[in-house]
Design a protein around this ligand. Structure first.
Ligand code: DHK
Length: 148
């Protein structure tokens, strides 16, 4: 089975709990379960993980070099600051899809520059859980084209 890693950065574990509803109403476990179900339906093995720690995310991206064909990533607040995550992603050979629950370009100016985008095959933002599911579909499509 094709294996894909889906990494979530700091505070993603709080999705659905934010009173302002910036990241929708689905809880992180609900998001994870929906993503796992979508991937399974497409014949992908999805390794869905979350950490509040930059080094942990980097270790997982490096791990993906050996174990996964693609990486989906919402680096959350580290998107705008982490050259180290960018470098880890640049060292990954397969497709990288950057995801955000919110439309980062519609928000504060500091969210409009993503380091992750420099390594991304594509970016999906602003569609909440629907965007995560679309990102999994897109990864499946990209990997299927690469396999032919
Ligand atoms: C999630 C976060 O936690 C923020 O730091 C980012 C991103 C946006 C999202 O939309 O999923 O700025």
């Amino acid at each position: 089975m094709t294996r894909v890693m889906f990494l979530n950065g700091p505070n993603a574990n709080l999705y659905g709990l934010d009173q302002k509803g910036t990241y929708g109403t689905d809880s992180f476990p609900q998001i994870r379960d929906a993503c796992l179900a979508r991937a399974e339906g497409l014949g992908l093995t999805l390794d869905f993980r979350q950490s509040n720690h930059e080094g942990q995310l980097i270790d997982w991206i490096q791990e993906a070099r050996q174990s996964c064909e693609g990486v989906l990533i919402n680096a959350a607040g580290l998107t705008y600051t982490s050259v180290a995550i960018l470098d880890a992603l640049l060292a990954f050979d397969g497709p990288v899809i950057e995801c955000h629950m919110s439309n980062i370009w519609k928000r504060e100016a500091f969210r409009s520059h993503s380091y992750v985008s420099k390594a991304a095959t594509g970016v999906i933002a602003g569609l909440g859980l629907r965007g995560y599911l679309l990102a999994i579909d897109a990864m499946h499509g990209v990997l299927s084209v690469e396999a032919t």
